[in-house]
Design a binder for this molecule. Structure first.
Ligand code: MUC
Ligand code: MG
Length: 376
């Protein structure tokens, strides 16, 4: 039967460090390679599923590092799942939750591998196991984060010329606000009028700085302001969101279902960025999305610079959300010098496309993964 056939035989986790085409800077870190945990789950039926969890600058964007994820998968998450049927994904998540608190990125990487393995076992794309796609392509957003205004203008123009991206996100908060605003002004001048622009402050500003600078962001044509205040500053965030003329998006402040409920009720933002690394599983991401949507919050498909493996995992879940007003980032595959799959996600006509084929619909390139794997 399916339970016996899909019993988990082995789970392995590798640390992969993949170089990026340029430095990616945000308020509290700067990276020139992406750290991933690459998970393989082998089932009794001989099928192997793959998943990926991403970090940004070690344990700086969130608390998990690749080293911590590998240690916790090897010692706690994998042993809790050996022999358990992959077809019972909800129970697998409960087992992981009993074995380890939080560790959302590590859990999401294992969950993604289980989903890939089940899709391959049943010969269906992963989205079918999550309710089925209501969309197969997404408006794609590219992040500009070198901190060098001229480089960012060139990069944005190249992305438009290639037909890959014409919506952008700019990282603020690693320079003083006046320098950040000058970068934005340079972009606004160079890009076609009305180019959608998200400004991600990554928790770097105080309420006072928001009061002072958010009107200038609005005047520079910013259409969405992401996580200006520190996660957990609920009252101040509510005041900032209430006075801002531009929608505020919650990111680092919402990971768990409880946070989704609290922050939505407190109106600390009117848009929410969804990421598997924050929510711990595909099904939890959907629950978080449901809580937010029920409170009138719009949804944005976030990323953490995943390769085409993790990006495909996100697209399969995002495809099944009844509403996804702001499209998705999932630009990670295009910022890697070499992607980790044999054929990367398709970017065309400013859209990123849901891969077809069983499971996640991508094939890891094991030579490239081996090349970038950390050797101990
Ligand atoms: C974040 O905070 O949104 C995603 C894109 C990017 O440039 O940084 C990440 C994380
Ligand atoms: Mg963000």
């Amino acid at each position: 039967d399916l339970r016996r056939a899909t019993a988990i035989r082995r789970i392995t986790a590798r640390i992969v460090e993949a170089p990026t085409t340029r430095k990616h800077k945000l308020s509290n870190t700067s990276v020139s390679h992406q750290g991933y945990i690459f998970v393989a789950v082998e089932l009794e039926n001989g099928v192997t599923g793959y998943g990926e969890g991403s970090t940004l600058g070690g344990p700086r964007w969130a608390e998990e590092s690749v080293e911590a994820m590998k240690a916790n998968i090897d010692a706690y998450l994998a042993p809790a799942l050996i022999g358990h049927p992959a077809c019972l994904a909800e129970e697998a998540s409960l087992r992981m939750d009993r074995a380890a608190k939080r560790n959302f990125t590590a859990k999401s990487a294992v969950d993604m591998a289980l989903l890939d393995a089940m899709g391959k076992t049943l010969d269906v794309p992963a989205h079918i196991l999550l309710g089925g796609a209501v969309r197969t392509s997404f408006d794609a957003i590219w992040a500009l984060a070198s901190g060098d205004a001229a480089q960012e203008v060139d990069e944005a123009q190249a992305m438009i010329a290639r037909g890959w991206f014409r919506r952008f996100k700019i990282k603020l908060g690693f320079a003083d606000p006046a320098t950040d605003l000058a970068r934005l002004a340079a972009l606004q001048k160079a890009l076609p009028e009305g180019t959608p622009m998200v400004a991600d402050v990554n928790q770097a500003w105080s309420e006072a700085e928001c009061i002072r600078y958010l009107p200038a962001l609005r005047d520079l044509g910013v259409s969405l302001i992401e996580q200006p205040l520190a996660a957990g500053q609920t009252a101040a965030s509510r005041r900032v969101a209430a006075r801002a003329d531009v929608p505020v998006m919650m990111d680092e402040g919402v990971s768990t279902l409880a946070e989704a409920a609290t922050e939505t009720a407190a109106a600390t933002g009117s848009v929410l960025s969804l990421k598997l690394c924050k929510h711990g599983s595909a099904r939890n991401l959907k629950r978080v999305a449901g809580i937010a949507a029920a409170g009138g919050v719009q949804l944005y498909g976030g990323c953490l610079l995943e390769s085409s493996i993790g990006a495909a995992g996100h697209l399969h879940v995002f495809a099944t959300l009844p509403r996804l007003e702001w499209g998705t980032e999932q630009f990670g595959p295009k910022i890697l010098v070499e992607d980790l799959v044999t054929e990367g996600l398709r970017y065309e006509a400013f859209q990123v496309h849901l891969p077809e084929g069983p499971g996640l619909g991508i094939t890891p390139d094991h030579d490239i993964i081996e090349k970038f794997s950390r050797k101990d």
